[in-house]
Design a protein around this ligand. Structure first.
Ligand SMILES: NC(=O)c1ccc[n+]([C@@H]2O[C@H](COP(=O)([O-])OP(=O)(O)OC[C@H]3O[C@@H](n4cnc5c(N)ncnc54)[C@H](OP(=O)(O)O)[C@@H]3O)[C@@H](O)[C@H]2O)c1
Length: 291
């Protein structure tokens, strides 16, 4: 454990921060807390040091290719490779019930294209048998979609990244042209976020097929968690929510590959549209109304 190198994206706060703390607690040798904002990242490091943990820090903005490349080059030089990559950085729609083009582009750029950039620069430096955990959501389950063309295209065995890019383009074009059709989706609130997390789950399956060298890539719904993203509503604390990513990073058998996990560490069938696994927005709205 002491010789392992782990990176958690977007870990200056929230689930990422709690995951860094837990990885340190479990004795992982080099745990990188990363943040797009250096000051926020260093503040988070200071707080963990006060608790007796010793994470390392590096700047990382997943939407900035230069930032990702600089960090990948640094990791290669310093450690020669990476054992654990937790792609946690994410944003939610600015307005939960309205879908605008600019905001949808922002969400897709971070939650989907940011992961593609991370793949491009970080996968080449992954050590053999490394583990990648993509933090998705219940919003990422295929049952959020009703459009059968896209359900079939995204769940086919020989899916390629081009299929996912076409799905994202279809969504963004529909928002831009005002042709979004409510019949295509279970629910309209948080739609850009839903599309981004479905795309991330589909990407996980493509990544697993292509990566080789014993590396595992799994996606995870961390649960409905009290963080800034949810205005501190939710059923889990960020400490409770760090349990499942750490389980996938350190404990699950290495043979578990390309799967979709739930926060209680059970595996769910991502490609089955009949399993209605998402939390209805009305539940979240009730929680938001309580505060
Ligand atoms: N909370 C939930 O109920 C819930 C449920 C399902 C899934 N998730 C997923 O869990 C992950 C963590 O969410 P959270 O609830 O912990 O949210 P959070 O408290 O808002 O934290 C999000 C983190 O991502 C960082 N981030 C945003 N854009 C970034 C970028 N371009 N590059 C690098 N870092 C970036 C943020 O940095 P700044 O501080 O600079 O903004 C922050 O550190 C997300 O992927 C989210 O979609 C959360």
């Amino acid at each position: 454990m002491a010789d392992k190198v782990a990176v958690v994206t977007g870990s200056n706060k929230g689930i990422g921060y709690a995951t860094v703390r837990e990885l340190c607690k479990r004795g992982v040798g080099s745990v990188y807390l990363t943040a797009r904002n250096i000051q926020k990242g260093q503040e988070a490091i200071k707080n963990l040091k006060k608790e007796g943990f010793n994470p390392l820090f590096h700047q990382l903005d997943v939407t900035d290719k230069d930032s990702v490349k600089v960090f990948a080059d640094f990791l290669k030089r310093k450690h020669s490779g990476l054992d654990i990559l937790i792609n946690n950085a994410g944003v939610i729609t600015s307005n939960f019930t309205e879908t605008t083009y600019e905001d949808s582009v922002r969400v897709l750029n971070t939650n989907y294209y940011g992961e593609v950039t991370m793949q491009n620069y970080m996968f080449p430096i992954l050590n053999d048998n490394a583990r990648v955990i993509n933090i998705s959501s219940d919003s990422g389950h295929i049952s959020n979609l009703k459009n059968t063309y896209w359900i079939n295209r995204l769940t086919k065995e020989d899916i390629k990244v081009e299929d996912i890019n076409a799905f994202v383009d279809w969504f963004l074009d529909s928002v831009k042209n005002g042709t979004l059709n409510e019949e295509d989706f279970e629910e309209m609130p948080l739609l850009a976020y839903i599309i981004s997390k479905i795309a991330l789950c589909a990407l996980t399956r493509v990544q697993q097929k292509e990566v080789g060298r014993g590396i595992s890539v799994n996606s995870l719904n961390p649960g409905y968690v009290k963080t800034d993203m949810t205005n501190n509503t939710g059923y889990l604390t960020m400490e409770e929510a760090s349990d499942a990513p750490v389980y996938l990073a350190l404990d699950v058998d290495q043979s578990v590959k390309g799967k979709f996990f739930w926060f209680d560490k059970t595996e769910k069938e991502w490609a089955d549209p009949n399993q209605k696994l998402f939390i209805p927005y009305a539940d979240m709205e009730r929680q938001l109304n309580l505060i």
